[in-house]
Design a protein around this ligand. Structure first.
Ligand code: A2P
Length: 341
């Protein structure tokens, strides 16, 4: 016996990936429901290789017979509909930032803090972290366990799919416009993204950081350890899929590349590809469509007492969003929702 699962935002970049991931991982479903705005209702969307779903209007949907809903339709939609779904008895796994810092909502990366999930029943909402945070904490967890991380300095190189399908279209259209000498139009990004990089993701806050940078700090604290300080610079780059990060850490115990590799080697979801040769590292184009968080370019930081530097890449639509959400659903089913066979 399986579960009735709804995907909210099923026509979006992450929503489609959620459907693909549910199918690929054989999540035990009896029924899958694709939900989006009224604009898309009645359209068809594929689920796995053989099935097609008819998109339904979220505004008209009754969640009371749905076991689990994966939400990825933006913060405003989550704020309005996730509490309603939760109150109707459906467990929401929310990819937006709407509830991440709510003390009654667990923020979960299954490899890192699976036990936090136990508190899901307070609101029937579980939050999925920001895409940049998800891959970062997977890389940091084994290092924190072994060496005690005090401080993290991270610069991100984030792909346009983090801004949804409209962001991907904007990169495509601007790139084409440059080649055919058409005027460049901007809608989703604050500057031209084709052939450019933009050090601005989400809104500015009073202290000069952007909200994306703030999220990386507070979410890492909530998931991993409140005593870890994180300072981030988040940058949008003209890459379709895959977020990259240059990560500098300072630890309590001495650390070098050999002990760091040994600590990270068998950690679930983490793969080290680090050959110090041409092609001996992972770039975002190679991680698109993959589940792992890849770590390359591991080296000791000679400028601080106990420091390490590395490069970290992952598919932001998968580990950064859809995969992590489905892994949370798997954990939920395994630990809390076992149905009678
Ligand atoms: P729709 O395609 O009907 O607009 P992305 O993150 O790739 O931009 O996708 C956003 C997703 O959120 C889409 O599936 C979109 O559906 C959905 N969405 C946006 N606004 C709403 C809304 N008000 N109600 C339901 N779904 C929404």
């Amino acid at each position: 016996m399986g579960y009735k699962v709804a995907v909210v935002g099923a026509t979006g970049a992450v929503g489609r990936e959620m459907l693909t991931t549910l199918a690929e991982r054989n999540f035990p479903v009896d029924e899958v429901v694709a939900l989006a705005s009224g604009r898309s209702a009645g359209g068809q969307i594929s689920f796995g290789e053989k099935k097609t779903l008819t998109v339904q209007d979220l505004a008209k949907y009754d969640f009371s017979t749905t076991d689990i809903a994966l939400f990825s339709a933006g913060g405003d939609v989550s704020k309005e509909y996730a509490p309603k779904a939760g109150a109707a008895g459906c467990i929401v796994i929310d990819n937006s930032s709407a509830f991440r810092m709510d003390p009654d909502v667990p923020l979960v990366v299954p490899e890192v803090n699976p036990d936090a999930l136990a508190r899901y029943g307070r609101k029937n909402i579980i939050a999925n972290p920001n895409c940049s945070t998800a891959q970062l904490v997977v890389a940091l967890k084994p290092l924190h366990d072994a060496f005690g991380i005090k401080r993290v300095v991270v610069s991100t190189y984030q792909s346009v799919s983090g801004a949804g399908k409209d962001g991907m279209d904007e990169l495509f259209n601007q790139t084409r416009a440059v080649y055919v000498n058409d005027p460049i139009t901007r809608e989703n990004f604050t500057k031209q993204i084709a052939f450019n990089v933009i050090p601005h993701i989400d809104v500015f806050m009073d202290d000069g950081f952007t909200k994306e940078e703030w999220k990386m700090s507070v979410e890492t604290k909530k998931i991993l350890d409140p005593d870890i300080d994180v300072v981030a610079t988040c940058v949008r780059v003209p890459v379709f899929i895959g977020h990259s990060e240059a990560v500098f850490i300072e630890t309590k115990k001495p650390i070098d590349e050999h002990s760091a590799r040994a600590a990270m080697k068998d950690f679930p979801g983490l793969l080290i590809v680090d050959h110090r040769a041409d092609e001996g590292y992972v770039s975002p184009i190679e991680c698109a469509g993959e589940d792992a968080v890849y770590v390359s370019r591991i080296r000791k930081d000679p400028t601080v007492k106990n420091g390490l530097v590395f490069w970290c890449v992952s598919d932001n639509l998968r580990k950064g969003a859809a995969l992590n959400a489905v892994q949370i659903a798997e954990l939920l089913v395994a630990r809390h929702l076992k149905k009678a066979a």
